[in-house]
Design a protein around this ligand. Structure first.
Ligand code: PMT
Length: 409
């Protein structure tokens, strides 16, 4: 993923600067065009010549040392960068970034950059936990800057705690993932993907109904990411509160029975189904044709079971790959595995809807994916878009997408 990408590595002044050499080596080996900027402090720990030898490019240390008179170095570098990573990032450079200071080559370049920026902090544990540093990092997070968390262990200062620069391979893997998210490969090209989203609406009478809290965000995110991965997408959606995604076929339904019809009608032509919709398990047995009038003190509503759409697909599937969702409040794995087996899914995605970062209506989700053998992947709290992409990349891999036809690689 990093091949041909211009990655600017900003090295600031901490003992972990030596690890940035290994990071540059990894990135260079991955085919990236690596440009290094060192702060004055960094150059006291490692010489610019070390980075120059690894990257085969002159190292930037001074804003006023213009190597090419036809351009202004920090603007040119910021414009050409596909990605900037500051590793190690000291408390000082983090503070400068948070406050928009630009008094050296690294901070002027960071201020001029429009590409994604990743920060890998390294410092003493008390500095890392200092409210000023915590606040500065939060400010940067809110601006979209991403962090590779430091590790915990023996620090150069003698303390044991959090603050050790993440390992170079971990930082490199994070950068690969980021590039993948920004420019996902067209792994689902030529595939027909059907997604369901939202909460079904089960009518009681013309003015009342039973539904649930699904906003459609999760299903919409999956539909959008499937389109980015090159798929032809049909989105069957019920009650939603979000803006509809573009570039996909939209099929609006109301009840579980409507959703069942819409999904079954398209199933034979479909390669992948992802059922993110929250389908009502029961519906009123006799929806009233007219508004029910207030009469007695009690009103009993008789409900009958809805068909299980996913289970029906599980019974009928031939070539189709089936991904179900499981909204759970307890015993995630147990319930998810039972659903996977009962509904004959290839993967099931459990989300704990009591988690403040997961479930109905939230912008984030925490997905735990299971296959027939048990846990297949767990993702940290992510925006629903990022979570959807991770889920689809895993699904595409399981479907064998991107492999040569008939190949085993
Ligand atoms: O829409 P958001 O606000 O973003 O919220 C996302 C979500 C919480 C709705 C989503 O992440 C989620 O968990 N969707 C599944 C909700 C659900 O109905 O879970 P379940 O455990 O009751 O059902 C298991 C699976 O069977 C689901 O894939 C469901 O679509 C399917 N099902 C359920 C009942 C039924 N009669 N037919 C079905 O197909």
């Amino acid at each position: 993923m990093l091949k041909g990408k211009t990655v600017v590595v900003g090295v600031s002044g901490g003992i972990a600067a030596y690890k940035a050499v290994a990071l540059c080596s990894r990135l260079t080996q991955a085919g990236a065009n690596v440009r290094v900027i060192m702060t004055e402090g960094a150059a006291k720990f490692v010489t610019p010549l070390t980075f120059q030898s690894i990257t085969r490019h002159a190292v930037y240390t001074d804003t006023f040392d213009e190597q090419d008179a036809s351009v202004i170095a920090h603007i040119d570098l910021a414009d050409r960068a596909d990605l900037i990573v500051v590793a190690p990032a000291t408390a000082n450079v983090i503070a400068k970034m948070a406050h928009g200071l630009a008094d050296d080559m690294l901070t002027t370049t960071l201020l001029a950059a429009t590409c994604p920026i990743v920060v890998a902090p390294a410092m003493n544990v008390h500095m890392y936990e200092h409210p000023a540093v915590v606040e500065n990092m939060n400010t940067l997070r809110l601006r979209g800057i991403r962090f590779v968390e430091p590790g915990t262990g023996q620090l150069a200062c003698g303390y044991v705690g959090k603050g050790r620069l993440a390992e170079p391979e971990q930082i490199a893997a994070y950068l690969e993932q980021l590039v993948m998210e920004n420019e996902p490969p067209k792994l689902l090209a030529g595939k027909r993907v059907l997604i369901t989203a939202g909460g079904t609406v089960e009518r009681i009478d013309p003015v009342r109904y039973i539904t649930n809290d699904s906003s459609g965000k999760m299903g919409f995110a999956i539909a959008e990411q499937a389109r980015r991965l090159g798929a032809e997408v049909t989105l069957v959606y019920a009650s939603v509160s979000e803006k509809l995604p573009e570039g996909v076929e939209l099929v609006r339904v109301q009840s579980a029975l409507d959703m069942m019809d819409a999904v079954l009608e398209r199933f034979s032509d479909t390669d992948l189904v992802v059922k993110a919709a929250a389908v009502a398990d029961y519906r009123p047995a006799e929806p009233a044709a007219q508004k029910i009038k207030k009469q007695e003190d009690e009103l009993t509503l008789r409900l009958v079971k809805n068909p299980d759409i996913l289970a029906a697909l599980g019974q009928r599937k031939t070539k189709q790959f089936l991904v179900g969702f499981a909204a759970e409040t307890n015993d995630l794995e147990l319930h998810a595995m039972q659903k996977l087996q009962r509904k004959n899914c290839d993967l099931i995605v459990a989300n704990d809807v009591t988690d403040p970062l997961a479930g109905f209506g939230k912008d984030t989700n925490v997905l735990h994916v299971f296959d027939g053998n048990g846990p297949a992947a767990s993702f940290p709290p992510l925006s629903k878009h990022e979570a959807a992409l991770r889920l689809l990349l895993l699904t595409a891999e399981r479907m064998g997408c991107g492999r040569p036809a008939g190949g085993n690689e």
